[in-house]
Design a protein around this ligand. Structure first.
Ligand SMILES: Nc1nc2c(ncn2[C@@H]2O[C@H](COP(=O)(O)OP(=O)(O)O)[C@@H](O)[C@H]2O)c(=O)[nH]1
Ligand SMILES: [Mg+2]
Length: 433
């Protein structure tokens, strides 16, 4: 079936691209555009007209990609027309008049690319990440993965495991009496090397998943120390209510910031105190659960005597405009006045440093989805199990463990058991992708 959809974002825009994919794409194009010859890969200037009433729809460009050299691996046509609501809907409704076309489903172009081996599962996820990337670092990581860095790594492991199973099968058949000890030592060494590589990979998963989802910083402190004032300043807009009435903030309010190219989620919380107010108590419980989920904590004080330094906490002394100048200063404490915008640069520098330290690696293969971590952990389990089996009495059981590792890699790249992931992945895509 040939499908079509608007591939650019809807709304007012200079240009819009409508994409068609499937065996009758070119035929459909020739209904909209008369007397033009489409050479694959060449843009042609065209007047598009309605299939039945022949009215002019728009002037623009069209390009045809012949299968398999296209995004989906099928015949693809792109109509580059003017943007805007009326212009695009008119073109889409004209396409709907062609009876062998149908509107694409969510992620259907990418699904076809997958089915036609244009992208593997890691590539699809990376494409989703690329489209959803909000910061430079997320963008860079998604591009690495789209370039196949992850699938290359996984396939290299697959190759090694296949070689090992072959080695066991061949060598054990031909081994003479003296060889066995050598063979098993050699085999275990190779398995250990692979386990080692896999563990190094998983060690980066925390970084990778947080790079996708955001580094979480929660602002805590007693009521009225200026937590909500600070989040408003950082967000550059009023997201939280500021008032001198203690217990104003009850919800956990989140803002997304881009700090040094990394996604950072800052959360304002209810002031921590004993409270009799039911709603405020709920807010305080929520604050504690946010502290648990967080990667770092900004704790605000207003009394220099009460500042309490804790690991993982950035201690901040606010309202220094109200404090007499001769207070006891401590190096680790960042002194600010939110109202007067004093010391905020230092606080942001500190946050930037913490975030950057959290992401030390620039590896192209950081596992960014929990699925990768879980899958690789399973493979490691199989390899550890394989090592525990006696190679000489039960070589076929060793091979079986290695095979289940190989199978698991297939699930990561999407060569086996792919259905369970596809639905989840494509749910995040929209129509036209
Ligand atoms: N003098 C002074 N007042 C501040 C400063 N920062 C916040 N406030 C005030 O402190 C009160 C409590 O602020 P708020 O942000 O609601 O505190 P929260 O309860 O910790 O969220 C408000 O009246 C703010 O205007 C500051 O740097 N100096
Ligand atoms: Mg507040």
């Amino acid at each position: 079936m040939t499908i079509y959809a608007l591939s650019t974002a809807p709304g007012t825009a200079g240009l819009a691209v409508i994409r068609l994919s499937g065996p009758r794409s070119l035929e459909a194009l020739n209904i909209l555009v008369k007397n033009k010859v489409f050479v694959p890969g060449n843009f042609i200037r065209c007047n598009f007209s309605h299939p039945t009433n022949k009215k002019l729809l728009d002037r623009g460009l069209a390009v045809y990609f012949k299968e398999p050299k296209s995004f989906t691996g099928e015949d693809v046509v792109e109509l580059h027309i003017h943007g805007g609501y009326a212009n695009t809907t008119t073109m889409l409704s004209a396409l709907s008049q062609i009876n062998y076309l149908r509107l694409a489903e969510q992620g259907e172009f990418t699904k076809r690319a997958f089915v036609n081996d244009k992208l593997d599962l890691t590539g699809i996820e990376a494409l989703g990440d690329l489209i959803n990337a909000q910061t430079e670092q997320q963008h860079e990581q998604a591009l690495f993965h789209m370039g196949g860095s992850l699938s290359k790594l996984y396939l290299s492991w697959r190759k090694k495991l296949i070689e090992l199973t072959a080695l066991i099968e061949v060598e054990l058949d031909f081994a003479d009496e003296d060889l066995p000890a050598d063979i098993s030592r050699n085999l275990y060494k190779k398995i250990d090397l692979i386990i080692h590589e896999m563990e190094a990979h998983i060690a980066e998963s925390n970084q990778g998943e947080i790079l996708r989802e955001g580094f979480r910083i929660v602002i805590i402190g007693e009521p009225n120390v200026g937590k909500s004032s600070l989040i408003n300043l950082l967000a550059k807009r009023d997201v939280a209510i500021v008032s001198d009435i203690a217990g104003t903030t009850r919800d956990a309010i989140e803002v997304n910031l881009n700090i040094a190219g990394f996604p950072v989620i800052i959360t304002d919380t209810a002031g921590l105190r004993e409270s009799k107010d039911e709603i405020e108590k709920l807010g305080i419980d929520l604050a504690y659960s946010k502290i648990k989920e967080s990667n770092a904590i900004i704790e605000i004080f207003t009394n220099p005597e009460k500042v309490n330094l804790k690991e993982r906490h950035i201690a901040v002394l606010n309202k220094i405009d109200l404090i007499k100048d001769n207070y006891k200063k401590q190096d680790q404490v960042i002194s600010i006045s939110v109202i007067n915008n004093i010391g905020i640069d230092l606080l942001i520098d500190k946050i930037e440093k913490i975030v950057k330290d959290y992401f030390p690696s620039k590896s192209e293969t950081i596992p960014t989805h929990a699925r990768y971590r879980i899958g690789v952990e399973k493979i490691i389990q199989s390899l550890i199990a394989a090592k525990k089996i006696n190679l000489f009495s039960d070589s076929e059981l060793v091979v079986e463990e290695l095979r289940s590792g190989i199978y698991e890699i297939g699930r990561l790249t999407g060569t086996v058991d792919v259905e369970e992931y596809l639905d989840v992945i494509f749910r995040e895509f929209c129509i036209g992708k």
